[in-house]
Design a binder for this molecule. Structure first.
Ligand code: ZN
Length: 106
């Protein structure tokens, strides 16, 4: 299952620009990052050792960063990183297991 990663995503009326693939610096442990102040979501496609990430990992990272935007806007960042991670993993599995996403990438 491939999730379509758009160039922009609207969350509560705020439009986040998505940069994908984003080149994090070498040996960065980040696959994704959300910058609320500038409304940007950055998604990498390389591992810290420079290998190309499987699309499933990129897709899950996309859902994870979206969960951060929802946490920021709707929950005043009350969820910690672990809670965001668990929630986004659950959302990703429900989306994938039920084939909810249909887009250009599929
Ligand atoms: Zn996170």
């Amino acid at each position: 299952m491939k999730i379509y990663i758009p160039e922009k995503v609207k969350v509560c009326g705020k439009v986040y620009d998505i940069t994908y693939p984003y080149n994090f610096v070498d040996d960065s442990v980040y696959y994704g990052m959300c910058r609320h102040a500038t409304l940007r979501i950055l998604l990498g496609n390389k591992s810290e050792s420079g290998e190309t990430l499987p699309k499933d990992i990129i897709d899950e990272t996309f859902i994870h960063e979206l969960t951060h935007t929802i946490n920021h806007i709707y929950l005043d960042n009350k969820l910690d990183e672990n809670e965001v991670g668990r929630l986004s993993e659950g959302l990703y599995q429900v989306i994938v297991d039920n084939d909810f996403i249909k887009g250009k990438d599929k």
